[in-house]
Each structure stands twice: as C-alpha cells, then as structure tokens.
Ligand binder design. Structure first.
Ligand SMILES: *Cc1c(COP(=O)(O)O)cnc(C)c1O
Length: 427
C-alpha cells in the first residue's frame, strides 16, 4: 500500500518508508492511497473470528506485501495480547476498557505494533534507528514498554521533570536496555520543541523517527478496538454510537477508518476537555489552533490536534458530510468531576477523567431508542490516582503491572536545554 502526504508536496511512498520516516519531507502526515471495504460476509459473521483474525483482516491492506503474512500475524499476536472488555454502565451505555495492557494506557496497542514493524524493517541494517518521543505522561510509558528490547531500535524519551505522575515516571525511567529517559528541566512544550529541533538539525546523522500517532503504524492498529466492540455488541441489534475522549484525534480517526472498512457504526462523538479547537471548527468551519490548556484529563490537553486533517480527508474535506457522521463537544473539569461522581453513584463504576469526558459526549449527543452508546475508557483510574481519589470515595487498588515498576530504580539523564539532547545524540 502506498501513502501520500496530506501537504501534497512530497512523493507518495510505501508503508515501510512512511513508518520509518514518521512524517513526510514536506512535514505533512501520511494517508493511505486506497481504502477498500472488507467483505460483507466477514462483517456479518464477525463473531466467528478470533480477535487476532479480525485484526489481521482490518490491517492487512494497509501493510500490503511489505511484511510477510506469517510475520504480520506474529506482530498482531504480540500486539493484541490482552482483553478489551465492555462494561455496561447504563441500560444503553457501555465502557470499552482499553487499559488492560502492560502500561494500562490504550497507547500500548499502537506502540507495540509500531515497535514490531520498525524492528522488522530495520533488520539487517547496520545503522540503528533512534525513536525520539516527547511525553506529557502516558505516551512515554507505552512507548518504553512497547519498544523494550526491539533490535536495532533505540528509544529516547523526553519528559518534563516533576510534571508527570510518580507512576508514569517509573514506567519510563526504570526499564533500561534500549530505552533512555531524558528528564527535562521544563514543561512538555519544551520537550516537544527539543524533539522538533533535533529532527531539523543537520549535524545529527543518526536516523531519527517519532513514535506519536502521526506515525501510521501507531495510528492504524487502533481500528481494532472498534471491530472488537462491534463483535461483542452485534447481537444487541442496535445502532452503535462511539464516543472517544480525544486529544490528538488519532483514536477516533482510526474508528472512522474502521467505519470506512464497512463496520456498521451510526455516529462518532469526539469528546474533548476545554481544549475545544475541533468542537469550534464544527460550529463555523474555521480551524483555529490554540495553545493547550491544562486540565484534569491531561492526556487530551492538545490545542492543535495533529490527526484532525486525516478526519477531514476521510470526509473529502466537506463540512456537511463530516457533521452528518461526527459530532464534537467540549467539557469543563467541573463537569468531568461531577460526571465521575454520577457514574459512580448510579453504577459503582470508577471512571478516570478521560472516560468520564467520553461518557459526557454520549449524554450530550442524546442516544435514541434504537441506539447503543460506547465510550472508550482510555486509561485505568490508577493512572490518574490523585483526581480519582479526590473526587470519589474510593481507594484505587494498584494493579500488578504497576506494582512491578513502582519499586524499581529511576534512571534518567538530566537535560536543561537542546544542547544536552544533542550531546546525547552525537555520542
Ligand atoms: C492519548 C490519550 C488520549 C487521546 O487520544 P488521541 O488519540 O490523542 O485523541 C485520551 N486518553 C488517554 C488516557 C490518553 O493517553
């Protein structure tokens, strides 16, 4: 499969190049040349397929013949190695829990898939690839874990000192091997700026790539969640509405891709916190990116969502068609906290702040008689322990995955400016 740059100023390229480069030379993100719907027969009989088979069917056309079938199947087995349970909250609403992976963030799936693809493509090359990633919390842990031990791949994670939770810090600083953590004296934006500077620095001769959701290998496997949920809910015979707590809009964009592949989904709701660039766009068709604002659902504090351009492409850049299948609503921290309480009081379910924003999206949309709503629960409550325990009368149990890293020793290199990152990369 070939991919084109959404800035339309770079030549089309292969799956392999798109994965290895991350971004096109014209700084545009990549989009597949073709999207061919899966057979009706497959969708109608989806309950007869295993999750591994479904994931393979969903992704195979996007990889094409660039990874042999047997290896792609192995990659999928390593990626889809945990459950994605649906928990019913109300009569017509369920939570799709995406947090049962190794770092308890939904980004585990994309990170693992991308790591495996990169390892495959770099096989036999003398030169190692260096993955540079800036994180405000969740991405770093998922990337560290997903890439751990990948041969020929080095990972450098930049995180803002004192601005990620203790658990998140342990997840990205204790693994060792091919994972290096740089503890940056600054905020997330400083980390991101350092990464961008490194990509443009011609004195750095190392092969660099990025591991955020602009990379097609991190973005596309997120389609799997929607197929798995459809399989589980098909027998209800209801029309499905998905609400996705959104920051960079990679996850929801993958859902729309699944719909393009023929999955019967009635409507999508992109639920955001007060970082409301997309909800505003839907009102007047003017896209105005803004600096991000800090909220309690901080994995979605994004003022200029990088995947939204892919969503517009999926609807041929037509606002009216987009609006018929897609809504987007913004919610405040107060509304989020109130909703966490309401969900807990009504059902005993402990939602993290991101999941609660997703739930609010369904409420605002207003489900009809024949519709069933699914919100994506993107993080385990333990990842946002402070907010959850302040808001709800609960004590969150620390799951085994987290227990394992919590007592390990943090190892990080201090960095106060780009000079320090450069010195590390030039070593
Ligand atoms: C990354 C993240 C999101 C946002 O996902 P996007 O694909 O960037 O929209 C939501 N919730 C959590 C917990 C996350 O880590």
């Amino acid at each position: 499969m070939n991919y084109y740059s959404l800035h339309h100023k770079s030549p089309n390229t292969t799956f392999k190049n798109a994965v290895v480069q991350g971004l096109a030379k014209d700084r545009g993100i990549y989009f597949p040349e073709n999207i061919t719907p899966l057979s009706k027969e497959f969708i109608e009989n989806i309950e007869n397929y295993t999750n591994h088979e479904i994931a393979y069917e969903a992704i195979k056309q996007f990889v094409g013949d660039e990874i042999p079938t047997s290896i792609l199947k192995e990659i999928i087995e390593k990626t889809v190695s945990f459950d994605f349970p649906l928990v019913t909250i109300d009569e017509n609403i369920a939570s799709l829990e995406l947090f049962h992976g190794p770092t308890m963030a939904f980004k585990d799936v994309g990170a693992k898939f991308m790591a495996q693809c990169l390892e495959y493509f770099n096989q036999g090359n003398e030169e190692e690839v260096t993955v540079l990633v800036a994180t405000s919390g969740d991405t770093g842990g998922a990337v560290a874990n997903g890439f751990l031990g990948a041969k020929g791949v080095n990972v450098v994670i930049l995180y803002p000192s004192g601005k990620v939770s203790d658990i998140q810090e342990k997840q990205l600083t204790t693994l060792g091997q091919n994972i290096t953590a740089l503890e940056v004296d600054g905020v997330f934006d400083d980390c991101q700026e350092m990464v961008k500077t490194a990509f443009l620095d011609e004195e750095i001769t190392k092969k660099l790539t990025s591991a955020n959701s602009i990379n097609i290998a991190r973005w596309l496997p997120q389609m799997f969640y929607f197929f798995f949920a459809y399989k589980a809910l098909k027998s209800k015979n209801k029309e499905l509405v998905f609400s996705v707590p959104s920051g960079n809009f990679g996850n929801i964009c993958a859902g729309i891709m699944a719909q393009k592949l023929g999955l019967p989904i009635k409507h999508f709701v992109a639920a955001t916190n007060v970082n409301d660039t997309v909800p505003n766009f839907l009102v007047d068709g003017v896209y105005t990116p803004k600096p991000s604002k800090a909220t309690i659902s901080n994995a979605m504090d994004v003022g200029n969502p990088s995947n939204f351009i892919r969503i517009r492409e999926l609807f041929n850049n037509d606002l009216e068609t987009l609006k018929s299948a897609f809504s987007s609503y913004s919610f405040t921290d107060d509304e989020t906290r109130e909703t966490m309480k309401k969900i807990y009081d009504n059902s005993g379910y402990v939602a993290d702040p991101h999941g609660a924003v997703g739930y609010l999206g369904l409420k605002k949309y207003g489900l009809k008689e024949n519709e069933f709503g699914v919100f994506l629960e993107t993080a385990h409550p333990v990842k946002f322990l402070d907010v959850v325990e302040e808001t709800l009368p609960v004590k969150v149990e620390i799951p085994e995955q987290i227990q394992k890293v919590i007592n390990n020793k943090k190892v990080a290199i201090k960095a106060s400016s780009y000079k320090d990152l450069k010195a590390y990369l030039m070593k």
